[in-house]
Design a protein around this ligand. Structure first.
Ligand code: GLU
Length: 307
């Protein structure tokens, strides 16, 4: 049943003319084929249903923020929430205005400022290379795939042009929110955003969030069930920037988008889902990714709010 629905949706998405706009503010991302579409669903038993370009690696960008949040909570526990809030922002992913009002404390860990603060916490006490290695190894461990790598061209492209993120980081530094040199924190941030993964790998990596913190493939406890619940809550309320309300309304699952066009969505107790379509809507979220997830949750009755 899941397999049939996944194939149906991938076929439907291939035909759609409305594909959104591929992100171009990171020049390297503008080279991606807007016609690409991939979808992968891994259920509780570990069955993989995949279609389209589900084996093609793409830039996970802000989806990495789910995993850096998980790592940072592991290091700092609830002390993390002194450095970053957990309320939806209602403003753009790279907004600086809110940061001024809130004296350098970012609204949540998924807007850029919040994710930069989380990266800074992971970096403290380490060299940038070690911190980045830790993040990459965590992704490889969760996906059970040692071949996951960082796309250096994408990282370099953002490093050359990420003036707004540099502004956010410097602004937070002025409030004492960042502990490390700004260029180190930004370097690690740009590189973890540039991790390249396929839909299948990403759906694998998200499984612990769908199953109360346990990776059902190995039975290993990745995080305590209480923590998995809370990460899902932040994904639901903040995972799509100022499009988070619309995503909850239409899809009804915790999810996190990235400007590479990917979305990781979690159907608690049921499945981990990854979708990729590079064209974005005005809020910087994958347009067809959201449309596909809306169709999927509707056909399978998977919205956390009921049918
Ligand atoms: N690396 C991107 C940035 O910082 C991530 C944004 C996103 O994926 O939404 O602008």
């Amino acid at each position: 049943m899941i397999e049939r629905v996944v194939k149906e949706i991938a076929d439907e998405m291939r035909q759609r003319p409305d594909r959104g706009e591929v992100a171009s503010y990171i020049p390297e991302l503008a080279r991606v084929d807007p016609g690409a579409f991939g979808l992968a669903v891994i259920d509780a038993e570990g069955n993989v249903a995949a279609a389209g370009d589900a084996d093609v690696p793409f830039s996970i960008q802000s989806i990495s923020k789910v995993f850096t949040l998980t790592l940072a909570l592991g290091k700092a526990g609830d002390r993390l929430w002194r450095r970053v809030g957990r309320e939806p922002s209602g403003s753009a992913f790279n907004s600086i205005v809110q940061l001024e009002h809130e004296r350098g404390i970012p609204r949540n860990p998924f807007i850029n400022a919040g994710a930069i603060a989380v990266t800074d916490l992971i970096l403290s006490g380490h060299q940038p290379r070690e911190a980045l290695g830790e993040i990459l190894r965590f992704m490889q461990f969760l996906s059970d795939d040692a071949n996951i790598t960082i796309d250096r061209a994408v990282a370099a492209s953002e490093q050359r042009t990420g003036f707004r993120n540099a502004a956010l980081a410097n602004y937070m530094k002025s409030f004492g929110v960042l502990e490390n040199p700004v260029e180190f924190t930004l370097g690690v941030y740009f590189h973890h955003c540039a991790i390249a993964m396929t839909c299948k790998q990403l759906a694998m990596a998200g499984r612990f969030l769908a199953h109360s913190g346990i990776n059902p493939a190995t039975g290993a406890l990745v995080v305590h069930p209480d923590r998995a619940k809370r990460i899902n809550a932040v994904m639901l309320t903040c995972g799509h920037y100022d499009g988070s309300g619309e995503f909850a309304y239409r899809v009804g699952l915790p999810g996190k988008s990235g400007v590479g066009g990917g979305i990781l969505a979690i159907a608690p107790g049921k499945a981990s889902i990854a979708v990729w379509s590079p064209g974005l809507d005005a809020a910087g979220n994958s347009h067809l990714g959201r449309v596909a997830l809306e169709a999927l949750t509707k056909r399978l009755g998977w919205s956390i709010f009921g049918v």
